[in-house]
Design a protein around this ligand. Structure first.
Ligand SMILES: [Zn+2]
Ligand SMILES: [Zn+2]
Length: 396
């Protein structure tokens, strides 16, 4: 039997188990950096495959090696994230979250169970490949500073440096059965901007005695869009969104301060720094020009994510061998952001999408919504295709 056939058979025979694991994880979600039970479950499952995982990496992270013959020949790393979101699930399913207000609404239960499935497949084929597969189960993808950056600090990309790292993410826009790839720039950097506009409160009927922070904040929000339209190159995707504006005055009360918060995203590190500088300067000058001032806090998020073109081409080819060319699709760049980006700045990396949508079953909700779910048939593909990608990379 060919190695590809062996992977497919191992994947089919463990699919029911993988779905069971996913349901267990889905029913028991844990927030970022608090994945204690999840990481215990991951480590125990890996041990049941005969592996020796290292627990407690960057808090709740787990790392395990699957050594083939000649294990020092080369190493390929595979990554899954384990954290859930502060969302109350409203799906009525048997595996509904039992942790009130917490939900696997970004599919990290799927990534974790899928990588466990990949581990099982590869552990069973250890005498049929050369090299080492390093499994990385990381905490905290959804929250700064990003579990990936902490795992890198703990040395998961060293001793030896993997020749490649591959990550998988669910995609509710892509039908189940299909897998999406994009070479090159794929996702944006993301920084949070918190602006406290400070004026001087007073009666709504005597604005001449006050300094109105509501009006100052309004000018700042409108003016900052010009940083995007007049300072960024039109050829460069970038976005600035303020989704929060809080001024607790009343119809006849001018408040002392207004707080606004937003996100700034870019696909170019030079523009990212430049844009942030301009945003700060413009907000401060407007506030000052209008007689107030502002305190600005920037919370740095993840860098842009670039998919290594050669690696992406190779794993795309592996996916075509696994699911057929007709089931491999191109995906567009997005200004979403992912902490997998940190790995992509260290070693050749590729982040691809596993289709999970099924309109006939009503599974269409986007990630980060209380109705998000997947067609679990995706888990009949995810573990095997990732195992096959790792094996083809090791065989090069
Ligand atoms: Zn997410
Ligand atoms: Zn995610």
């Amino acid at each position: 039997m060919s190695l590809l056939q062996s992977v497919k058979e191992a994947s089919q025979s463990s699919a029911a188990d993988v779905i069971k694991m996913r349901r267990h994880l889905h029913a028991n979600p844990e927030l970022s950096y608090q994945e204690h039970k999840t990481s215990k479950f991951v480590a125990e499952t890996l041990r049941s495959f005969g592996l020796e995982p290292t627990e407690g990496v960057a808090g709740t992270g787990v790392v395990a090696l699957i050594k083939g013959k000649n294990p020092d020949k080369k190493t390929v790393a595979l990554r899954a994230d384990m954290d859930a979101l502060p969302i109350q699930e409203i799906n009525d399913v048997p595996y509904k979250s039992t942790n009130t207000g917490v939900m696997h609404a970004c599919g990290h239960d799927v990534h974790t169970s899928s990588l466990l499935g990949t581990a099982k497949i590869l552990a069973g084929l250890r005498d049929q490949f050369e090299g080492t597969v390093r499994l990385i189960f990381q905490p905290g993808e959804e929250k700064n500073p990003g579990g990936a950056s902490m795992m890198i600090k703990e040395g998961v990309l060293e001793n030896p440096k993997p020749k490649a790292i591959i990550g998988q993410h669910v995609m509710p826009l892509v039908p189940v059965g299909k897998i999406g790839f994009r070479e090159g720039m794929y996702m944006a950097s993301s920084d949070e901007i918190y602006i406290k506009v400070i004026g001087k409160g007073g009666h709504g009927a005597t604005p001449e005695l006050a300094i109105d922070p509501v009006l100052i904040a309004s000018h700042i929000i409108i003016a900052l869009q010009q940083v995007i339209s007049r300072n960024a190159s039109p050829k460069q995707p970038t976005v600035l969104t303020f989704g929060r504006i809080i001024g607790e005055g009343a119809t006849n009360i001018i408040p002392d301060e207004v707080n606004i918060a937003g996100t700034f995203r870019a696909l170019n590190e030079e523009w990212r720094e430049n844009g942030l500088r301009k945003i700060v300067k413009m907000a401060e000058s407007i506030a000052e020009g209008m007689g107030g001032r502002c305190d600005i806090e920037l919370s740095r998020g993840y860098p842009y994510l670039e998919n290594n073109p050669e690696l992406t081409r190779r794993i795309r080819q592996a996916a075509e061998q696994y699911v057929g060319k007709e089931n491999v699709v191109d995906i567009d760049l997005t200004l979403g952001s992912e902490d997998f980006a940190y790995y992509s700045h260290q070693v050749p990396a590729s982040f691809y999408r596993l289709g999970t949508r099924n309109e006939s079953k009503g599974i269409t909700s986007y990630v980060h919504t209380p109705t998000f779910d997947i067609d679990e048939d995706a888990l009949r593909i995810g573990p095997g295709v990732m195992a096959w990608m790792a094996l083809t990379e090791l065989a090069l």
